[in-house]
Design a protein around this ligand. Structure first.
Ligand SMILES: Nc1ncnc2c1ncn2[C@@H]1O[C@H](COP(=O)(O)OP(=O)(O)OP(=O)(O)O)[C@@H](O)[C@H]1O
Ligand SMILES: Nc1ncnc2c1ncn2[C@@H]1O[C@H](COP(=O)(O)OP(=O)(O)OP(=O)(O)O)[C@@H](O)[C@H]1O
Ligand SMILES: [Mg+2]
Ligand SMILES: [Mg+2]
Lengths: 255, 255
């Protein structure tokens, strides 16, 4: 079982979209996949068409120890694709974790009892580097960084990589940067091309060859509770995520 | 002096862009403006062309009490427009605030010694509802919510308004929702139009008439350290923010 966190402190760069579409592609080739929605916004939960019901266990309950990881799992509409939903309470988790001993390892310990079930566990992180995201990075074998092709997103990348390396040094020596994925790429403007050139210059083959174009169908899909691969398979967005999933598997073999 | 927080938990919706451009327009009509960069990413600081220097006081130092608010103020290149820069340390502020008595009021108290200096103080919030954002909302007279014209951003709006009302009830009875600003509006696609119709239906005249279009020049401006109003005054983005600033003043008179 491989645990992969999808993280970037910059907001709105395609973390959730990337998480659910890589997971969908993996499920389509018969891999057993679990997505953990670790964002109090619950965008991964909504984008998969799952309703957040009162009284249902969530990723919050796992962090506070009020349920086992397995108890919070719900099926999605897709084969061998399960979800641990988010809950608005997750916003309070940071404050509740702060005084715990080994507060960075709470999720890692909780996921131990899942070890035999899934091929891949993908964790969708919130736009921050708080204790929730730290727990996701400490639990992960590798981290994927979606990067919007814009200046402000690029500016934060060096700081993010520094933080990932700090977590690797202090808490999780086996954490690897699996790759950087360029998202919302607009062919019409020079900004995207400039950012792509910069990122490839500094990060070389850490950057996925596949680039995800800006595609409005991707932004429409969540309102139907479906990943783009299901909502509009022929769209440029879906085709790019399909290509990306192939490259993902390639990289996973090499790690 | 009016204190206005620009907040939305959803990431990448235009909080920073809106903060610096309203501030720029206000400075152009001789209002004294202070922007506080409350996001550890420091995007407002970068977008204004200010370098984050080691040893310089920042919004972090104000929260931890290691300097007075006035000591962290730096001038920008624009007349009567000052900034309290961010610092990466701000990411740790949440953990340092948690055990303080009256942890929600730290910023409010620190801003008391500024009371006579500025016409407007605008606080750029990070994409979360953590103690940093709560401090900004507790200190503010009103809050502006930039809303990207996409489904996932809309989904989080009701929860955000609920949280704003909870802060109003528990900590800051005078906090008002000054307005909701539609951002990154694409005329070519139906999604934006649908979202706009929905938001106006539920929130009526809380929604600014002025809509900010998606405009690549806006995304280019931060790499030059300039707000769009300075970088490319004739662009559709700049003209929309100029219009928005006029509506902002209108709403401020009515509050
Ligand atoms: N390639 C794309 N083209 C067009 N729209 C996209 C694309 N990828 C994502 N989107 C849309 O952009 C918005 C931001 O994407 P998403 O929510 O996946 O980012 P995020 O990094 O998870 O955001 P947050 O920081 O709030 O968690 C969403 O409305 C999504 O539907
Ligand atoms: N109207 C617009 N048209 C095109 N690009 C825009 C527009 N407004 C903002 N942008 C760009 O979109 C990205 C997100 O905007 P911005 O950083 O202001 O959002 P934010 O809500 O402050 O993000 P965060 O949640 O990370 O703080 C930036 O790269 C910015 O330059
Ligand atoms: Mg997300
Ligand atoms: Mg911002």
């Amino acid at each position: 079982m491989k645990i992969i966190s999808i993280a970037n402190r910059k907001g709105g760069v395609g973390k959730t979209t990337t998480t659910i579409n890589i997971a969908t592609a993996l499920s389509a080739i018969n891999k057993k996949v679990l997505v953990i929605d670790f964002d109090p916004q619950g965008n991964a939960t909504t984008s998969l068409g799952i309703e957040k019901k009162k009284g249902q266990f969530s990723s919050y309950n796992i962090l506070t120890g009020s349920c086992k990881a397995a108890e919070a799992i719900v099926p999605t509409n897709l084969p061998h694709f399960d979800l641990i939903p988010s809950s608005p309470d997750l916003a309070a988790a940071e404050i509740e974790l702060v005084d715990l001993p080994e507060r960075e390892f709470v999720l890692k310990k909780a996921l131990k009892d899942l070890l035999t079930e899934y091929d891949y566990v993908l964790i969708d992180c919130p736009p921050s580097l708080n204790l929730i995201t730290i727990n996701a990075l400490v639990s992960a074998n590798s981290v994927i960084v979606p990067l919007q092709c814009e200046f402000l997103a690029l500016e934060g990348l060096a700081d993010l990589i520094k933080n990932i390396n700090a977590i690797k040094r202090n808490f999780n020596p086996s954490l690897a940067l699996q790759g950087i994925i360029l998202t919302m790429f607009s062919r019409q403007n020079n900004l995207s091309k400039m950012i792509e050139a910069d990122v490839r210059k500094y990060f070389g083959d850490k950057v996925y060859q596949t680039v995800i174009p800006r595609c409005v169908r991707i932004a429409e899909a969540p309102s139907f509770g479906k990943p783009i691969l299901v909502y509009d398979f022929k769209s440029t967005g879906a085709q790019a995520y399909l290509q990306l999933a192939k490259e993902f598997l390639q990289r996973e073999k090499e790690v």
